[in-house]
Design a binder for this molecule. Sequence first.
Ligand SMILES: O=C(O)CCC(=O)C(=O)O
Ligand SMILES: [Fe+2]
Length: 286
Amino acid sequence: MPESHQTLRDRALDLIDLDRYPIADLESGAGAVFLEQCQRHMDEHGWCNLADFLRTEALEQLNGEANELLPTAETLHVKRNIYQGAIDPSLPDDDPRRKEFVHIAVQLADDQIPVQSKLKQLYHSKILTEFVRRVQRKDHLYRCADEFQALNVVALHPESWHAWHYDTTECTVTLLLQAAETGGEFTFLPNSRTDEGEDHEAVDRLLAGDMSHAQSFSRGAGAFTLFRGGYSLHGVTKVQGAQPRISAIMTYDEQPNRVIEDDINIRIYGKRVETILASRNTAATA
Ligand SMILES: O=C(O)CCC(=O)C(=O)O
Ligand SMILES: [Fe+2]
């Protein structure tokens, strides 16, 4: 291969099990067949799960990075309703869809993950973004441009869950880096809302604790799961056992410069982000 190609090579490709998941060429041969399978699954079920997406050593490296960085992360007490704030004002006060849920997560925001990390190398891969775009059948799809939300690492310690919510960006990928010993199941209602409305019956059932109609499947470390997080109510059940469950959350949006409202970011990330934004606003008005 000429040297120019070597240097241009997308380094994330070294992390992915390309024999099993040939995402480097989606136009022909095995890649095209694979893409079609993913698209079909996404159309029929609203999600697409790729087990052992990373090569074994790569998964170890990424999980190693996450474990090294997590001691610098804050423990967030996130209190929010499922819409991350935006409640339909016509709902009665006691409606479950007004309810605020709290969960505790040790979480690294995008600005706390070094650019040179393999986690970011994977997320910043043009080829991977293109693969996600094609599976989600979008004309345009970009990595979220928000300085805090774009890529996150979320650790749920034993006894913690991740409260039910819709994401603020439409297309999300969750990559499990370290599975819980038991529990910690990613659970969701695929496409529970559209731009026109919401399946209130399904949503209320889940909010009342009935998971019998929700989607969940076994995911080992290395599982790469695509779904429409902005339109599919989701969360993670209580983690049990001795070790934390760690996942990388990669977010995408149809808008190239999508940033998230300050109040939503403050609600999620708390004081640290509030201070950053406040000092910036002070500097701007000084
Ligand atoms: O950890 C997961 O698998 C999902 C987390 C999630 O939904 C989020 O961070 O928005
Ligand atoms: Fe989410």
